[in-house]
Design a protein. Structure first.
Length: 112
């Protein structure tokens, strides 16, 4: 079973992917909030994006995130370790997402 600390480290890795100049450029106009819900651990985290960077990562939920991701901690960490294919996880229902298609494609870049 994953720990809260492992989940937080994973989210920091996602945020740090924007250190890559090419990826950062793709996110320059992405000013949105992505909420991750880890129901298996009862955790919610929000990543608030602004001008090509994660401005804030905070524990808790927001009322209307731009993108909502429901995912198990093991699946999340497996995707980050490249042990689980994110498209396969989505297709099998291990990931549930809500948001605009363009935002979901951005999420795919961060998790892939």
């Amino acid at each position: 079973m994953a720990t809260k600390e492992e989940v937080e480290e994973g989210l920091k890795k996602v945020a740090n992917k924007l250190d890559d100049p090419k990826l950062k450029e793709r996110f320059m106009k992405f000013n949105k909030t992505i909420q991750f819900s880890f129901k298996d651990m009862g955790l919610n985290y929000c990543l608030i994006f602004e001008s090509g960077a994660v401005k804030e990562m905070k524990e808790g939920a927001v009322e209307k995130p731009d993108v909502f991701v429901e995912i198990g901690c093991g699946t999340f960490l497996g995707i980050l370790k490249k042990e689980i294919n994110p498209i396969s996880a989505y297709s099998s229902g291990k990931i549930k997402v809500k948001g605009e298609m363009t935002d979901l494609l951005k999420l795919q870049k961060l998790l892939g």
